[in-house]
Ligand binder design. Sequence first.
Ligand code: DGL
Length: 263
Amino acid sequence: MKDSNRPIGIFDSGIGGTSIWKEVTRLLPNESTIYLSDSFNAPYGHKTKQEILELSIKNTEFLIQQGCKLIIVACNTATTNAIKYLRENYSVPFIGIEPAIKPASLQTKTNTIGILATKGTLNSELFEKTSSLIDNNIRIIEQIGEGLVELIEAGKIETQAMDSLLNSYLQPMLDQNIDCLVLGCTHYPYLINAIKKITNNSISIIDSGEAVARQTKRILEQQNLLNESKNIPSKLFYINKDKKVLEDILNGSDYTKVEEKNF
Ligand code: DGL
């Protein structure tokens, strides 16, 4: 198969990276994709750097075996802990996702931004480095989203439990006068409606999904890897746990197949 006709690989600790997949397929509808939802091992956010690295290697090798031409690490926790290693050890191009604190720091009027992310992301060297580059006048209020990924993976997005957990994280940030909230985990775009409700639409919610899709397009163009075939692209999903939750989150999207598989 011509290199450019091969699929884009995408992986996440679970179903959250589908928020990135949706942006990517919106911008690049001709591309075939293979999405890995490592839900059996979710959440990655509490694991050690070494464990996150090993899981990221496992996912990468599976996608390379499937012939992927580029890999999107659709997980902030895996990107901030493993992308350097992946780029140094595999020849396919990698696109990662990191919390968008820079754009938030340029947008804030109260000089206070909030970030909601996993422990693994907030404690990573890469996040520390990125936040050290932010203007000293900007306060960054960090909050670990303990329990949010677990509820999303259990299909409990629009629930009282979710609302009260989110409220307990957002209220202290609002009390400290944040006007921008950075979503530092690819699961969290599925909470935007709940966040808007809790914050009375009073803050900007910043997420990097669209930027990841644009960067993917840029790299495919640069490397002459955009799919030019006229065949209908295939959009495959593999999950190593009950597939129902993934099918539910994809409801209304155009995809080929969701399959339960050990990888
Ligand atoms: N979607 C992952 C991220 O962006 C969730 C991490 C987890 O599994 O804890 O960080």
